[in-house]
Design a protein around this ligand. Structure first.
Ligand SMILES: CC(C)(COP(=O)(O)OP(=O)(O)OC[C@H]1O[C@@H](n2cnc3c(N)ncnc32)[C@H](O)[C@@H]1OP(=O)(O)O)[C@@H](O)C(=O)NCCC(=O)NCCS
Length: 131
């Protein structure tokens, strides 16, 4: 992940891992090299204490510093906590994928969220990344 400039963060509390957040490339084809797809998880004993806010903020900053321009996430439509967290960090709800997950005996929708980083799509990438 380091070789590919892909930030990968771990939150610890008194030496225990309590959460993590990381990105992978949104798609492997070269044209998509400025877009990442992220995941974030906080241990259930430690949710609602500000760790998700800390990790997502750091992840956004780290991705921007690495030259990425778009962050994309997929969130279960019933996951109010994650949707609210992403709203706070400026992610727009850009689409709904109906019935793509089957969980606890029912089909579930997924919400696709996205935010731009740095100048987003308003300026070309820095020359070091632009090949
Ligand atoms: C969603 C998740 C990442 C949030 O992290 P967290 O550490 O619990 O959240 P925080 O305490 O940092 O809260 C940050 C913001 O998230 C939102 N939030 C957190 N818990 C919430 C809840 N139970 N209901 C509604 N909003 C909530 C709020 O907007 C909150 O801001 P506020 O405290 O100013 O109101 C975490 O609960 C989690 O890992 N859940 C299980 C796995 C998961 O759903 N991962 C995301 C998959 S897309």
């Amino acid at each position: 992940m380091r070789n590919h400039r892909l930030p990968h963060l771990v939150a610890t509390l008194n030496g225990d891992v309590v959460g993590y957040a990381y990105v992978v490339l949104f798609r492997k084809r070269p044209a998509y090299r400025f877009a990442v797809k992220h995941s974030i998880y906080i241990h259930h004993d430690h949710q609602g204490r500000g760790i998700g806010r800390l990790l997502l903020g750091e992840l956004v900053d780290a991705c921007a510093a690495s030259g990425f321009r778009q962050m994309i996430g997929y969130i279960d439509a019933d996951n109010g906590a994650s949707l609210a967290l992403h709203d706070k960090f400026g992610f727009a709800r850009v689409g709904v994928l109906p019935g793509v997950a089957y969980r606890y005996g029912k089909w579930c929708d997924t919400v696709m969220v996205q935010r731009s980083l740095a100048s987003g799509a308003t300026a070309p990438p820095a020359s070091v990344f632009s090949r």
